[in-house]
Design a protein. Structure first.
Length: 125
């Protein structure tokens, strides 16, 4: 429901109801295939971070990717996490991980092409 004055602005009471509904009723689930994709990515990132001497990626990073994917699905009121939700979460998490590294490590990680997963994933930054 959009206002006639500003078609892109949602009234605050409607937005509040939407958020409350999503928070209370929507519990998106990951498919096994998506869980495997995240697990493979985590294992690859962990191996590369150990090999390059960068800050190690932790299980907390994996958990944050899962939470971001679920939050993306929840915002759209979907029961299941889609591939685009997973791709967005991976993109954000990997970009954050790489940007937190020292400059020399960052260049190595980019050169090693950790971002093989992103050939078909649009860049969000």
């Amino acid at each position: 429901m959009l206002t006639s004055d500003h078609p892109q602005i949602i009234p605050q009471d409607i937005l509040r109801k939407y958020i409350m509904y999503a928070r209370d009723k929507i519990r998106p689930k990951l498919f096994d295939l998506d869980q495997e994709k995240l697990a493979r990515l985590f294992a690859d990132l962990r191996r590369e971070s150990m090999a390059t001497g960068s800050f190690p990626i932790t299980v907390r990073h994996l958990e944050s990717m899962i939470r971001m994917a679920e939050a993306s699905a929840k915002m759209s009121l979907r029961e299941y996490v889609r591939a685009d939700d997973i791709d967005m979460a991976i993109s954000v998490a990997v970009q954050s991980f790489v940007s937190a590294q020292k400059m020399s490590i960052k260049k190595t990680l980019e050169r090693v092409s950790l971002l093989v997963y992103f050939i078909n994933i649009p860049c969000l930054w």
